[in-house]
Design a protein around this ligand. Structure first.
Ligand code: GLN
Length: 540
């Protein structure tokens, strides 16, 4: 019988509910339980694929090609698992299934209603996604009180009766603001949120209280009264200096014991040695390395969450503290001065022509100044455009995405994309294999000829230009098994110490305890750059 832990949030969004859910999951996993995790997003989208990253942050892609909320990235990194579509449930998906059922006549003439039809569908999906797990953590996105969230909250309320009293635990995460004028932590918004939750028929079993300040015992006492819980069930969660400290921080509050008691589980001894090793590495990573990320969605740095985590993890592994230099790819006047002084340059994924020239210049700057470069998806395409313009003399070289009239479309639509009219869920998505060139740096990094990475793109390298590019030092270091798609490129090491790019998104498979080889390669090369004799010829 699967046990369910439902995590809701109150007061406001952005509290780190996903990190908390993942941290709790990591505790249960460390105690030997088989833990699954699901994010329910009440907004009406079908998936996260068409969401604006400035508003919603990164679109995380699973191995089976689901375009999901970035919390799935936290879950994968904290639990060291690979999730699938079944770990992401958005209202649009539920509602479209209900409508399809209605069209098929499955409701036998009944009036189709939020309760029971939508709420049952939500419960069915939750139960389906929990198959095979001892414990299923279900995070409900948004804030208690949101209109969109009501059906989800009602569905999880009903779950306790559906699957049994001792098989469900409710955790509510609240925020305690700090008033500078009176220098005190306030609990009123949290009290209100607990009242709203209770008015929906959910009495939390555990309350986590987030705050940017130390939380006094008196505040915890107040929360215990309003939540109607003993104080040991009120967990203070001050902001920690690193999210990977959350699992061991939570363990100090016997979170596994508390949840095992509520859920009638036999508690086993937790093994936290991996987390402790990681924290040691984090604390000892001191050598600063500046990495420029040349990006355009700078109003929300969550857009690049997995890339930032992959960079930092590679840094910790190598004893280095990564300092991200955010470079606005639209600010061409200051671009080069921002890039100056960075020991590595990364051009991440992106869509549309805005900011593209800045990214192309950044690829060129990294190449000409022998700065370690990692191009991710769009960052590989900008490298190809740059090399075509500046090394092959094709002034008009561009991607068909940015200039459909260009005479040299060195990046063009993939064959299977020509007839696509609907934007949602139609890119080349999820895991695809590639075969590496055994003589390449890419192979040296992976130490494997057959690699699989996640993808999210419509455009690809135009194979007609490959020979010419090879002649100026480009190595097509990884191709799809049918050799039709370029998956990895690099510059020969006699012209650049580390210039590697991929059509894939390796950041999604990087783990804090097992950083991705391409990111390790980038940071190692940056660390070595000071020691490296400057024997490479500049290739202009
Ligand atoms: N816009 C490019 C494409 O669709 C790159 C996509 C990306 O960077 N994820 O191919």
């Amino acid at each position: 019988m699967t046990k369910y832990i439902f995590v809701t949030g109150g007061v406001m969004s952005g509290l780190g509910k996903g990190i908390t859910a993942a941290g709790i999951g990591a505790n249960l996993k460390a105690a030997g339980y088989n833990v699954g995790i699901l994010k329910c997003d009440p907004y009406l989208n079908y998936d996260a694929g068409t969401l604006n990253p400035s508003e919603h942050g990164e679109v995380f892609v699973t191995k089976d090609g689901a375009e999901t909320d970035l919390d799935l990235g936290h879950y994968e990194r904290f639990l060291n698992i690979e999730l699938e579509q079944s770990s992401s449930l958005m209202s649009g998906r539920i509602l479209s299934q209900v409508i399809q059922d209605e069209r098929k006549g499955k409701y036998l003439g009944k009036t189709v209603q939020v309760i029971p039809h939508v709420t049952n569908k939500i419960q069915d999906e939750i139960i389906k996604s929990a198959q095979g797990y001892q414990i299923m953590i279900v995070e409900i996105g948004g804030t208690i009180g949101d209109i969109e969230g009501l059906a989800f909250v009602e569905a999880i309320r009903q779950m306790r009766r559906r699957v049994g009293q001792n098989n469900v635990a409710y955790i509510h995460l609240v925020y305690l603001p700090y008033l500078e004028a009176s220098q005190e932590i306030k609990t009123k918004p949290a009290q209100n949120s607990l009242k709203v939750l209770q008015s929906y028929g959910i009495k939390p079993d555990l309350v986590c209280a987030r705050s940017d300040h130390q939380i006094p015992a008196s505040s915890l006492e107040k929360l215990s009264i309003f939540a109607d819980l003993d104080q040991e069930y009120i967990i203070p969660l001050p902001t920690l200096d690193n999210v990977y400290k959350v699992p061991s921080y939570l363990s100090q509050f016997s979170i596994t014991k508390i949840l095992s008691d509520i859920l009638n589980l036999n508690q086993s001894q937790a093994d936290f040695s991996d987390w402790e090793d990681l924290i040691d590495k984090i604390n000892n990573a001191t050598k600063p390395i500046k990495v420029a990320i040349v990006a355009k969605y700078l109003d929300n740095q969550d857009t690049y969450a997995s890339i930032v985590e992959a960079l930092k993890s590679a840094g910790w592994q190598l004893g280095s503290k990564i300092e991200i230099v955010w470079v606005d790819s639209e600010d061409l006047d200051h671009l080069k001065s921002r890039l100056k002084g960075s020991q590595a340059i990364l051009v991440p994924g992106g869509f549309g022509s805005r900011g593209i020239e800045g990214k192309i210049i950044a690829s060129q700057y990294a190449r000409e100044n022998l700065i370690p470069y990692l191009g991710i998806c769009l960052g590989m395409q900008t490298a190809i455009i740059e090399l075509s313009r500046n090394q092959l003399g094709l002034d008009q070289a561009n991607s068909a995405e940015f200039d459909s009239s260009s005479s040299d479309q060195v990046i063009h639509l993939m064959d299977q994309q020509h007839h696509v009219t609907e934007k949602g869920g139609t890119m080349r998505l999820g895991d695809y294999p590639a075969i590496l060139d055994p003589d390449s740096l890419t192979y040296q990094l992976y130490q494997n000829l057959n690699v699989t990475e996640r993808h999210r793109h419509r455009y690809e390298v135009n194979n007609q230009y490959k020979n010419k590019l090879e002649a100026v030092g480009v190595r097509f270091s990884g191709l799809s098994p049918d050799k039709k798609l370029v998956e990895f490129i690099e510059l020969d090491q006699d012209i650049h110490p580390f210039f590697v790019a991929t059509q894939a998104h390796p950041e999604f498979r990087s783990r804090p305890m097992n950083p991705h080889p391409l990111f390790l390669g980038l940071i190692s090369s940056a660390l070595a750059s000071e020691a490296r004799p400057n024997t490479l010829s500049r290739h202009k």
